[in-house]
Ligand binder design. Structure first.
Ligand code: OAD
Length: 248
């Protein structure tokens, strides 16, 4: 694959590489993306309408059930060749991996120090205090949807993810921006580039002189700004990049 070889050659010469991933990297694991069509039970909801504090206040049981469904789906899925190739790449070159995903797949594939901008699907926090809630508490209140919070009488357990209108974890954002400013190569993989500040990272890297490649079978909000667009899937392209790097 010609374009994989081009990306590999850039990475081989780079002092540091930044990789930004989105839901598309987990698509080949069977985890639905946000903006591609939904199927089944939840097809009448738009995920972005369920991922807000207002939605949770309006109908906490609905939101809790939706996240429980997603947790079950992700727990039953496995990292794919794309996730594994990125873990492999991090063992070969200096690389920062920043993900918008909350599914834990990069960590399960063995990527060290993954920066999670949007939180962790499997954590629970108090809807009012935002303090962490232990799994044992959730298990003991598992028949309540959602379980109550141990930290506040009016609070509920909610997933430890970032919803629209909420701030990203500052330490994660700072680390991602620092990597954007020092990398020579930035890759955007499987993201529509619609949600900021994550979507601004490739541009920030480019303003600091980095070369930018996008890996996505569809064109996105970031495609026009990319130096190279590889119009193929993550599980096909990423192993080809690692193979080209090994051969280089
Ligand atoms: P989207 O659902 O917006 O975009 C997924 C992208 O993955 C699309 O551009 C697809 O073309 C692409 N894609 C699909 N299959 C692919 C494959 N096999 N290989 C590579 N790319 C593929 O998901 P995100 O951009 O991650 O935020 O969405 C960003 C944020 O919006 C999410 O983190 C979430 C969501 O609402 C919060 O929950 C705060």
């Amino acid at each position: 694959m010609q374009s994989a070889a081009i990306v590999a050659a850039r990475i081989a010469r780079a002092r540091h590489t930044l990789v930004l991933t989105g839901a598309g990297i987990s698509a080949e694991s069977g985890v639905p993306t946000f903006r591609d069509a939904q199927t089944g039970l939840w097809s009448r909801y738009r995920p972005e309408d369920l991922a807000t504090p207002e939605a949770f206040r309006r109908d906490p049981a609905l939101i809790w059930r939706w996240y429980e469904w997603r947790r079950g789906l992700v727990a039953a899925a496995a990292p794919n060749a794309g996730h594994r190739a990125l873990a492999d790449l991090a063992r070969r070159v200096s690389l920062t991996l920043v993900t918008q995903n909350v599914d834990g797949m990069h960590q399960r594939a063995g990527s060290p120090g993954t920066i999670c901008l949007h939180g962790d699907l499997f954590r629970n926090i108090c809807s009012i205090t935002r303090l962490a809630i232990e799994p044992e508490w959730i298990a003991a209140h598992g028949d309540e949807e959602p379980p109550p919070s141990p930290h506040h009488p009016d609070g509920y357990a909610r997933p430890g993810v970032v919803w629209f209108g909420e701030n990203l974890p500052q330490d994660a954002l700072d680390a991602a921006l620092a990597a954007a400013r020092r990398c020579d190569v930035v890759l955007s993989i499987g993201t529509s580039g619609m949600v900021h500040p994550a979507a601004g990272l490739p541009g920030e890297a480019q303003r600091n002189g980095a070369w930018f490649a996008e890996i996505n079978p569809q064109r996105t909000a970031l495609s026009d700004g990319a130096d190279l667009v590889v119009a193929d899937t993550a599980a096909r392209v990423l192993p080809a990049i690692v193979a080209a790097l090994s051969g280089a």
